[in-house]
Design a protein around this ligand. Structure first.
Ligand SMILES: C[S@@+](CC[C@H](N)C(=O)[O-])C[C@H]1O[C@@H](n2cnc3c(N)ncnc32)[C@H](O)[C@@H]1O
Length: 316
């Protein structure tokens, strides 16, 4: 739609309900998945209001500036841009995260990584030792391939006595993660490292002059799509999300081999490794654990769609 058309729509006194219906119709015509939700989110963003306000003011006329902004965003969404890159935000673990095209949009299934990590940590995740009443020792946590920082921030939020090391190979992603960490007030407990997986931590005495101690928990949602599966990805993902966040090598499993090896070196005895799994990767990843002799209690958790999604293991 041209800017002139947008102005005309704004100037004829379109109300909120009509704008929403028009946005939905344009997205449906462009075969946008979940077009109703997308139109709602974009209108809420254009208005700077929540859903309750939008539906209780359905007959209010839309001011021309909001209408122009809204229909411009509808056009971007219809052209394939993900809603979250247009609005610049996505919720994860009940917290709002800034997202830009430099980072993967956090997915709901990745919340299972947080759930499993907290479950596996059990009493170690509690700030006060229940038996002695004394503060529990600081937990050392690493999030490999932090992207937006959604896992690092959520874990820092849930584990107030944790110090988190968040790594990413992408400097641009780390910039976004830094802003999210500051926004959620956990900057003092999260350290960023631009490195390949956990490499900088393997040589940690050289990193930030920190005490070198083994880790209690390492989590990761690594890039796990196979190169030759690129064509099967949704257009939104293939054309807009960062390649470095998607592809994990020719089969998608290669990155797990290096990651599990490095995590085995860095985790303390009884330390926990929690990994998100790519679709169909569970058997291959489980095999990697079997081949290394330092792991016990390997478990796999399905996501809400019944797909094996998270693998957890304990360092012997
Ligand atoms: C699938 S995204 C996950 C982002 C975020 N943790 C989440 O769950 O939404 C993978 C992230 O790993 C980063 N990455 C890719 N290869 C890496 C590597 N070799 N070392 C460190 N980070 C890497 C990407 O830049 C991307 O931010």
């Amino acid at each position: 739609m041209s800017v002139a058309q947008t102005r005309r729509i704004g100037s004829i006194g379109l109300d909120v309900r009509a704008a929403l219906k028009e946005g939905m119709a344009r997205l449906r015509a462009a075969d946008v998945p979940s077009h109703t939700l997308a139109a709602e989110l974009l209108l809420m963003h254009a208005l700077g209001r929540d859903r309750a306000w939008m539906y209780s003011h359905a007959e209010d006329s839309l001011d021309p500036t909001a209408a122009e902004k809204y229909f411009a965003m509808i056009a971007r969404r219809a052209a394939g841009e993900p809603t979250q890159y247009i609005t610049g935000k996505q919720e994860f673990w009940g917290l709002e995260f800034e997202v830009t095209p430099a980072v993967l949009i956090p997915r709901p299934e990745t919340e299972h990584v947080v759930e499993v990590a907290l479950e596996r940590l059990g009493a170690r995740g509690i700030k006060l030792d229940m038996a002695t009443g004394k503060p529990s020792p600081t937990l050392r946590v690493a999030d490999v391939g932090t992207g937006s920082g959604c896992l690092a921030v959520s874990l820092a939020h849930e584990l107030p006595h944790a110090e988190v090391f968040a790594t990413d190979i992408s400097a641009a992603a780390l910039e976004v993660a830094r802003r999210n960490v500051a926004h959620h007030g956990v900057s003092g407990r999260i350290h960023f490292l631009q490195t390949n997986l956990l490499e900088a931590l393997l040589h940690e005495p050289r990193v930030e002059n920190r005490e070198s101690r083994p880790f209690d928990l390492i989590v990761s949602n690594p890039p796990y799509v196979a190169r030759d599966e690129a064509a099967s990805l949704q257009r939104e993902v293939r054309e807009h999300e960062p390649e470095s966040a998607l592809f994990g090598g020719p089969t998608g499993v290669e990155i797990y081999v290096r990651l599990i090896e490095q995590a085995g070196t860095l985790l303390a005895p009884r330390g926990i490794l929690v990994l998100e799994l790519g679709y169909g990767a569970a058997d291959a990843v489980r095999k990697i654990f079997r081949m290394q002799e330092r792991w016990a209690n390997v478990s796999i958790t399905n996501d809400l769609a019944g797909i094996p999604r998270v693998l957890a293991a304990e360092r012997i």
